[in-house]
Write a protein that binds this ligand. Structure first.
Ligand SMILES: O=C(O)CCC(=O)C(=O)O
Ligand SMILES: [Fe+2]
Length: 286
């Protein structure tokens, strides 16, 4: 396959003309390795049907079923600014987060397939948490290496003022889970910061004030421009990201008035290890 460095910052890779529907196991392994080592991959496809998209996703993990299963493809979560959905999706992802960090198991890869793209705006922004971890001083790394973050759905204690808070919905699961602050990537084994913003509510065994201070200083470090990147969607793109090593956020966008500012994405979020990598994992899992 044809890889080039894709995005505006220091990470991310683009794949021109991938044959999504007929990709061999070797090509898929190569693509996923490129994704894990670059954090984000943009596949410039010539167009896909729902079934091709879902079949491709199922080779990479188990799709989360977040919407009622009465629809034909419950794996596909619509993310759009169309009139009928704008209330539900408006700005709900416009804050730094890692998908499903408030649950266990965690999301592995998330993908957005672009059906309609606005001519300007509507980018998805990324933060490279593996690069940010590497750039911490040795003493901070050893101080935080064994810490566990308390996660719960809602507004994180380190949510930034300029961000949109996620809507608080009654039917959400507000149970608390714990995840290591520093994880090893399940496939590459590279160490990375994990889930410092989004659903972080504290650090196990630490006062709320001290946890807020520490998480805020890690966010200030990780959200520096050298660890950031953004993607402007184009129709036919599959934007894939590796949740263990990234945070992301949507750009707020208003309700579409016509084809020029419509933003329609099909999201699929996955858990688990791709079957092409099953022989490489240890008990740590996804
Ligand atoms: O709309 C976007 O750019 C990102 C969407 C997102 O982060 C989500 O649905 O979790
Ligand atoms: Fe997200």
């Amino acid at each position: 396959m044809n890889y080039t460095r894709a995005l505006s910052g220091n990470f991310g890779v683009e794949v021109a003309d991938p044959d999504v529907a007929t990709m061999s196991d070797d090509e898929l392994r190569e693509l996923l390795f490129a994704l894990y080592t670059n954090r984000i991959a943009v596949l410039r496809t010539g167009g896909l049907t729902e079934v091709e998209y879902v079949d491709f996703a199922r080779r990479i993990g188990d799709p989360l079923l977040l919407i009622p299963d009465k629809v034909a493809y419950p794996e596909i979560i619509p993310v759009d600014n169309l009139r009928e959905n704008i209330k539900k999706t408006k700005h709900s992802a416009a804050h730094w987060h890692t998908d499903q960090s408030f649950t266990s198991p965690l999301a592995s890869v998330t993908m957005l397939y672009s059906i309609a793209a606005p001519s300007s705006g509507g980018q998805t922004h990324f933060c490279d948490m593996a690069g940010a971890y590497d750039a911490l001083s040795e003493s901070i790394r050893s101080e935080i290496d064994e810490m566990e973050v308390v996660h719960r759905r809602g507004v994180s204690i380190v949510a930034r003022q300029e961000e949109h808070a996620p809507p608080i919905l009654k039917d959400w699961d507000y149970r608390t889970v714990h995840h290591p602050l520093v994880r090893r990537h399940p496939i590459t084994k590279r160490k990375t910061l994990y889930g410092i913003s989004g659903s972080s509510q504290g650090i196990r065994g630490m006062s709320d004030a001290a946890a807020k201070r520490l998480l805020e200083s890690l966010c200030d470090h990780a959200l520096a421009p050298r660890f950031l990147n953004s993607h402007h969607h184009r129709v036919g793109d599959i934007l894939m990201w590796d949740n263990p090593t990234t945070m992301h956020k949507a750009s707020p966008i208003g309700q579409a008035t016509g084809p020029d500012d419509a933003r329609v994405l099909w999201r699929i979020s996955l858990t688990g290890i791709p079957s092409v990598f099953l022989e490489c994992i240890d008990e740590e899992g996804a």
